[in-house]
Design a protein around this ligand. Structure first.
Ligand code: ATP
Ligand code: MG
Length: 252
């Protein structure tokens, strides 16, 4: 994409209708989009997950987002990555973006690992040839061996996580957005995964990381937002933001 990479929130709000909008994962979202299916209106209960957000993320920034459970962090990432449209205000994104939000969300358990590589690859916008070029590397990194031709429903959770993580990190977007990415997996794979993430982060023009892991935030982020009840209540260096977060008791 041409020009500087940036993301600009202009008075962005997002209100969930508890029954109208229940697109919970990328797969559902894509199916709804492809089939032009509209969720049926049942009720009108509202949750105001984001309120009047105004901020600009610039090229080169490594943004961390922290806050209590339910503060609106994941919603913010979903809005950034286009999974949800703001219900108020405007969001401008200049740059290609690959959200790593829900690991394995795009897996079909009836398909083999190899078939899921293709399924996910298409979802991420790759052509068959592009996926073919990545296939061997993905299988190797995920350490699946012969299991690659076994349906995913027979995988251990560790195997699923390894495959999902490897697929998700096999593309190189300008904007990298992670939501609690490395919560699962065994320690050995975790170290390997961290190295792969570092490589991706170094190549990316912008990083947005949502995490409860404050040491990860402070190691990777240069600018950190504290989100509380749908609003940004603090912006600073990772040190300042973590201090604020702890002082407010948001970590408890
Ligand atoms: N699909 C949805 N439909 C309705 N309400 C939702 C949906 N997703 C989130 N919410 C609500 O929106 C608010 C913000 O949720 P969000 O998932 O963005 O929080 P979070 O900061 O990511 O929390 P956590 O740290 O637990 O991941 C919460 O009140 C939550 O219950
Ligand atoms: Mg979340």
């Amino acid at each position: 994409m041409a020009g500087e990479t940036f993301i600009r929130f202009e008075n962005v709000g997002l209100t969930y209708d508890l029954y109208l909008d229940k697109t919970n994962n990328l797969k559902e979202y894509l199916i709804n989009k492809l089939t032009k299916r509209r969720p049926v209106a049942k009720s009108m209960e509202k949750v105001e997950a984001l309120k009047n957000i105004n901020i600009e993320f610039k090229q080169g920034e490594r943004i961390g987002i922290i806050g209590r459970n339910g503060a609106g962090k994941s919603t913010m990432l979903k809005v950034i990555s286009g999974i949800y449209k703001p219900t108020a205000g405007r969001l401008v994104v200049n740059g290609t973006i690959q959200p790593l939000i829900e690991i394995g969300a795009g897996f079909d358990p009836e398909f083999t690992g190899r078939e899921n590589i293709y399924l996910n690859g298409y979802m991420l916008g790759f052509s068959k040839e592009q996926i073919k070029r990545k296939e061997a590397e993905i299988i190797e990194f995920a350490e699946l061996g012969e299991f690659i031709d076994v349906p995913v429903k027979y995988y251990s959770s560790g195997m699923s996580v390894r495959l999902a993580f490897t697929i998700a990190t096999s593309i190189e977007p300008e904007i990298l957005a992670f939501d609690e990415m490395l919560a699962a997996g065994d320690i050995e794979f975790l170290n390997k995964a961290k190295a792969r993430m570092d490589e991706l982060i170094n190549k990316a023009k912008m990083l947005i990381l949502v995490s409860h892991d404050l040491s990860m935030i402070s190691a990777l982020c240069t600018k950190v937002l504290v989100v509380h009840q749908g609003q940004i209540c603090f912006i600073g260096t990772s040190e300042e933001a973590i201090q604020y977060y702890i002082n407010r008791g948001y970590n408890t």
